[in-house]
Design a protein around this ligand. Structure first.
Ligand SMILES: Nc1ncnc2c1ncn2[C@@H]1O[C@H](COP(=O)(O)OP(=O)(O)OP(=O)(O)O)[C@@H](O)[C@H]1O
Length: 289
């Protein structure tokens, strides 16, 4: 029997989807364990939103197997739907209602909703609870979307580019919210174009390009596997900056320490960032496609 840590909440094998002649998903595999925060990364048009759409049962598929919380989203019923939270991209809530009215209204759709007031506080909208939706800023609107996504206490939360349009402070507050939900045991899939966001939130990343997964692992694993060369920088006695790319930075530094007889002036060691690795991975797939 699978233990709680290895139970796959999302199990996608060989997922295919075409829109007319456009191949959006070309045999995508994706597994998400219970309690995990999984980040789906990939360039524009890679197939991320299509994948999220299939997982929530909004889009049909042309091939492959998809299991979400033990059911096929294409045929799953209302009960299953209440266990999956979705943060919609488009504005679906009525503009004339207030935040409080909207959250309370949506809570009635679910068998075991969160407390509406607590949920409003969770997304930091207490001060706007009596504001009409049409009077919210873009970032506040997005927070309301998140509140509506989590009001049903979902086991799985699907977030498609949740922080697009957020200012840096709002983005960091949103990250705190996602961490709270994750600590609460919610399994989360989020797509994002912000590498910093992926690194801050995701236990595991899946990099998608041209409709298939080209790499997966924790941010650290991806960096370790695909970005092994470190750059060692230092300053020569005449003040000239020097640098060396190396697989063995310790050896380089040790040799420098010998040469300088101790402290190496201006010593600085950097590793490739996740962004460097991501660009390499998605660039490669472009070439091999
Ligand atoms: N409703 C649709 N009709 C026709 N083609 C579509 C439709 N939705 C998506 N596509 C195409 O499918 C491919 C994958 O699109 P998708 O939106 O899934 O990518 P994405 O990775 O989410 O991109 P982005 O990062 O730009 O949001 C693209 O080539 C896109 O043009």
């Amino acid at each position: 029997m699978l233990g709680a840590m290895t139970e796959l909440v999302v199990n996608v094998r060989g997922l295919r989807k075409k829109y007319g002649g456009t191949v959006a998903l070309d045999g995508l595999d994706l597994g998400i364990r219970r309690g995990e925060v999984c980040g789906l990364l990939g360039p524009n048009g890679a197939g991320k939103s299509t994948c999220v759409g299939v997982l929530q049962g909004q889009r049909s598929r042309d091939g492959g197997s998809v299991e979400v919380l033990g059911a096929d989203p294409a045929t799953a019923g209302r009960r299953w739907r209440s266990r999956v939270g979705i943060v919609w991209q488009d504005e679906s809530a009525p503009a004339e209602l207030t935040v409080r009215e909207t959250v309370r209204h949506f809570a009635r759709y679910y068998p075991r909703p969160r407390d509406p007031e607590e949920t409003i506080a969770l997304v930091g909208l207490e001060a706007k609870a009596e504001s009409r939706i049409k009077a919210l800023s873009g970032g506040q609107r997005r927070r309301l979307d998140v509140a509506l996504g989590v009001i049903g206490s979902p086991e799985l939360l699907l977030l498609d580019e949740p922080t697009t349009g957020f200012d840096p402070a709002a983005r960091h507050q949103f990250w705190e919210l996602i961490r709270l939900l994750a600590d609460d045991g919610t399994t989360i899939l989020l797509t994002t174009h912000y590498l910093e966001e992926a690194e801050a939130l995701a236990d595991r990343l899946v990099v998608v390009a041209a409709g298939t997964a080209v790499a997966e692992g924790s941010p650290e694993e991806l960096r370790a596997r695909f970005g092994t060369r470190a750059t060692v920088r230092w300053t020569e006695p005449d003040g000239a900056p020097r640098s060396e790319e190396t697989e063995t930075p310790t050896r380089t530094i040790s040799a420098l320490a010998d040469r300088f007889g101790g402290e190496v002036p201006g010593l600085w060691v950097t590793r490739p960032t996740l962004e460097d690795v991501y660009l390499r991975l998605t660039g490669q797939s472009e070439v091999t496609r």
